[in-house]
Design a protein around this ligand. Sequence first.
Ligand code: GCB
Length: 606
Amino acid sequence: MASFIVLWVALCFASVAFAADGSTTLIVGADRRTAINLDGDWHYIVDPYNNGYYDFRMKERADGYFLNEKPVSDNKLVEYDFAKSPTLKVPGDWNSQSPQLFFYEGTVWYQKDFQYQRKPHTRTFLHIGAANYISHAWVNGKKACDHEGGFTPFDCEVTSLVRDGNNFVVIYVNNQRTREGVPTLNTDWWNYGGITRDVYLVETPEIFIDDYSIQLQRGEGTRISCWMHVSGAGNGTPVTVKIPELGLANTIDTDANGRAAVYFAAPTVQRWSPEKPKLYSVEISAAGDTIKDDIGFRSIEVKGDNILLNGKSIFLRGISIHAEAPYRSGRAWSEQDAETLLGWAKELGANFVRLAHYPHDERMLRLADRMGILVWSEVPVYWMIDWESPATLANATNQLYEMIHRDRNRASIVLWSVANETPNTPARLWFLRNLIHTAHAEDPTRPVTAALLVNTVTNSDDGTRTKILDDPLGEYLDVLGCNEYIGWYEGPPEWASRTQWRSKYNKPLIMSEFGGDAKAGLHGAPTERWTEEYQETIYRQQIAMLKQISFLRGLSPWILMDFRSPRRTLPGVQDYYNRKGLISNDGQKKKAFFVLQEYYKSFTAQ
Ligand code: GCB
């Protein structure tokens, strides 16, 4: 225990040092600010041997290479020229844009020219919505920032790097998998590389609101709590929060750290719910800076084995979703991708989605807020992670921090998940306890979960099976998630009918995965793998079993749509797609879709 505390303290310092480094920050509500869009065509250079980083002796280059539009040395040797290089669309992964880059894992250098006029008393940040996995950015040949993690945004301050007129930005992106990375070497999804989300320049006043968290307090009350941070403000900067529709406004001074907190009694607030996803326009201003956001107010709590939304027990009729683009494949990012994916979830009768296995584009969360869909959001702590490495924990902690800060104003998010299918070892328990602690500390209003695995005991007399949820991590989670594949990786589908469930914990359970593969359009006997009928049978058997679990409070079967995975090689059937989708990657609904839809519709028909 003592060593746990010592290490925990050491890690706190490690993550503080990371945040205070200054090169990279995270502007909350960046998508709501005045911005100059840098999306579109970017020139690129593929650099498989990392020559931009290392010289021929593999020594790190002092002055870098590829940082300028052309080499800047005087000896007239030109070995690259961005202007003559091909282009990739940003946002967009490189794998789905160039056949040569389909399996590529390594470094790509991106470059874009832009026009800019500096403005007095204005700070400028280069906002990168996500770049998988390591990135370094330079503006006009000068270093702006570094970032690790493929699914969360970062903002690099470039106020002193931009100039009037012509400018250019270069971004190095490397998606090589590493043992100590998060995720690590092995995953069941495509390691799409590149700048996969929007890039823009955000302009703010010198003193500006860089973080805020505005939520209804837990319980059945009607108190709204607002917490703000004003970058560059010292003691005594007034911050005003207004919710005009509720007739609420209040002004409070920042403390010496630029922080301010305000509480409102809001007796007439209409609560956000899947049935009525009411959003209020909230306006925060300080020192001449104003940010407006649309925020829903609801409470989410766990009591015994119940999940309470606005004080009432709720059942989460869910589906898991990867950020795979419908129809075209590749990494999903656009408004249209979000509308298609969440539109299908609604059509299924879902009120809940598990956004697996990493933070998705924030358009998904904004749309979930508007559509009234509850969300499980997770970090890519998946399968095997380097549990013993403090650097890996600091990295996972930072990704969790960035996810929570980007999204904690989204009413739709009701669960933070810290892990998926991790082994039951002391090192992993220690690692994940740290993440749970961070999630609770950064956001005390939301329950924390993880997708666990479960042991099975078979009774040799009658063949009945008991699945026992007793993973020691369960003690620290608020909600238990569990993945099981009866009928696919575990026996035939009928095994579900003789499987019972027990839990060591008096906590709600979400069956966070189950399912099986089917190739859309492939038909056959219900016993024949890969057919739609086999998948349909799994769903029927599973639903019958799930109905018997008294502490089950939701499900998110695997998965809404087929998605690309390098593990899935069977020719003619998988062709590098995981086929557990209820819908194929080109939009065909499989028979199991309608089985789950019928089950979900039975809730609303009652
Ligand atoms: C799992 C994983 C998920 C996989 C799925 C499968 O348990 O959590 O990422 O894609 O199984 O299809 O095997």
